[in-house]
Design a protein around this ligand. Structure first.
Ligand code: ADP
Ligand code: MG
Length: 236
């Protein structure tokens, strides 16, 4: 069996934050990571261990103190700001613990936004966004504003939005961290289903056990390093 191509590689990633006069907090201390096409990689570790920090580096939202993030053979941080913004919008999707939907726009408009920003034709954007709302079971909520949706529904809209530009990878930071158990389970099943259907890779930071065990690979951040922590079941 041929292995799928590597989409993104973190090489010897270090990250420290200044914490006051002459003091720094070393969060990541040499993290190596490869993510292949279509795989679901779960990052676990207690609160404060550096999960969000790692996702921020992989997503080009923050720079490592040392090390590289390589995509298509190129260091992400050698891109110009414009190239980086373009790469992020086209190749990556983001899902956060809090949905970050735009309150004054409808669910459909929120989903369509990443493509509208790229200047794609409105009609095409609306059609694709509607297909995605169908995929996440919210086709009958398209005209609702975020405040008119439940927490679980808001998060499913955020997932649809993350997939709008057909990214290679979705980075999800505690995607069910703000949901009750039932809505969390529903979201976990949906994430795996969408990853399989579309062949999208997911890197998911979570301390939720149910979500972790659905991954293809589980990696744990321990003392600033990433260690293999088991393999979950393949799919539902
Ligand atoms: P996790 O997502 O696993 O809970 P984080 O990556 O958010 O962990 O944070 C790791 C550590 O780095 C924590 O101790 C946190 O307080 C610290 N940290 C995160 N971001 C910053 C920042 N911008 N400035 C200073 N310290 C930070
Ligand atoms: Mg975090």
């Amino acid at each position: 069996m041929t292995r799928k191509p590597v989409l993104i590689r973190g090489e010897d990633l270090w990250k420290s934050y200044p914490t006051g006069k002459d003091q720094t907090l070393e969060v990541l201390k040499g993290v190596d990571l490869e993510v292949r096409q279509g795989e679901i990689v779960v990052i676990v570790g207690p609160s404060g261990s550096g999960k969000s920090t790692l996702l921020h580096l992989l997503g080009g939202l923050d720079r490592p103190t040392k090390g590289r993030v390589v995509v298509g053979g190129v260091d992400l941080f050698s891109f110009s700001d414009e190239q980086l913004a373009k790469y992020r919008n086209k190749r990556l999707g983001f899902v956060f613990q809090f949905h970050h939907l735009l309150p004054e726009f409808t669910a459909l408009e929120n989903v369509a936004m990443p493509s509208l920003i790229m200047g794609k034709p409105l009609k095409q954007c609306r059609k694709h966004a509607l297909d995605l709302l169908l995929d996440v079971g919210l086709q009958d909520r398209q005209e609702h504003k975020p405040a008119e949706l439940s927490g679980g529904e808001q998060q499913r809209v955020a997932v649809a939005r993350a997939l709008m530009n057909d990214p290679d990878i979705v980075l999800a930071d505690e995607p069910s961290g703000n949901l009750d158990m039932e809505n969390g389970l529903r979201l976990h099943k949906l994430l795996v289903q969408l990853a399989r259907k579309r062949g999208t890779a997911f890197v998911i930071a979570t301390h939720n056990h149910d979500l972790a065990k659905r991954g293809d690979r589980i990696l744990r951040i321990t003392d600033g390093k990433l260690v293999h922590a088991g393999r979950g079941k393949e799919t539902e």
